[in-house]
Design a protein around this ligand. Structure first.
Ligand code: MN
Length: 257
């Protein structure tokens, strides 16, 4: 057996056995086993190596797959980003080939899409929604800006009330979907939810606005850690909402009005 093949076989045995025990993050592969070839493999646990084919590219993560470990395990983040999110990006890119949408931004596509066009609706939504989701999460969240803190008080009375509404919207969403905090065209902050990969930018949205928080309540977002207990995931997720990023989103959404 060639040396490289032997090492690949050995590594696969290590991975399979780790996977069975759901302890992937706790296992260290001895450095001696990692050839330069494996070390430089761009897919070796590296979100930056996840590349979409076509116009809309993966925006990357601000952390590694273990970067949300206070609430979401690395395996879930890896599959969610590298399989689900990537799938939406690739399918969106296929769906817009040869159409005027090739020359639009993702926001322009979302605002003007035909809801009867399922391929564009599901995949443009899936691409945009996950970009926002990853962006507002962090193991080391920072505080909200004074401007955004005041806006929360003005619209909800308190941060506790905002979080309560976001949890309820996610918990009550039947089947798969999203819980949202949006800035409405009138400049108000409102909590809403959507089914599947719809979002509040779409023409068919019941509550329209620019999303500043998006919380994925599809089972793929939480099932490995929380199984069927969506409410437990929703209780935990606010530990890793980065209010500084949300504040920046709010400032941009208000400026766009
Ligand atoms: Mn998802």
């Amino acid at each position: 057996m060639k040396k490289s093949l032997f090492i690949a076989a050995l590594l696969s045995v290590v991975f399979v056995s780790c996977d069975n025990e759901k302890k992937l993050q706790e296992v260290e592969i001895p450095d001696a086993l990692l050839t330069d070839q494996v070390k430089s493999d761009e897919n070796f646990g590296n979100p930056a190596a996840v590349k979409a084919e076509g116009k809309f590219q993966m925006q990357g993560l601000k952390y590694g797959y273990d970067g949300l470990s206070k609430v979401i395990d690395p395996e879930t983040v890896s599959i969610h980003y590298g399989k689900h999110h990537l799938g939406y990006a690739n399918n969106l890119n296929k769906a817009i080939v040869g159409t005027p949408m090739e020359n639009q931004t993702i926001e322009e596509i979302l605002v003007t899409l035909d809801p009867a066009n399922a391929a564009v609706r599901n995949n443009a939504g899936g691409y945009y929604n996950h970009n926002l989701y990853w962006d507002v999460l962090s193991n080391t969240p920072q505080a909200a800006s004074p401007e955004f803190t005041q806006a929360i008080v003005n619209n909800f009375g308190s941060n506790e009330e905002l979080i309560k509404q976001l949890k309820e919207a996610g918990a009550k969403q039947f089947g798969s979907g999203w819980s949202w905090l949006v800035v409405t065209p009138e400049g108000k902050l409102v909590v809403t939810s959507t089914a599947n990969q719809d979002n509040p930018l779409m023409p068919n949205a019941v509550v329209k606005g620019t999303p500043v928080i998006g919380i994925d309540v599809w089972e793929h977002a939480y099932y490995l850690n929380y199984q069927n207990k969506r409410a437990d995931y929703l209780d935990q997720i606010f530990e890793i909402i980065d209010w500084k990023t949300v504040s920046d989103n709010y400032t941009k959404a208000i400026a766009k009005k």
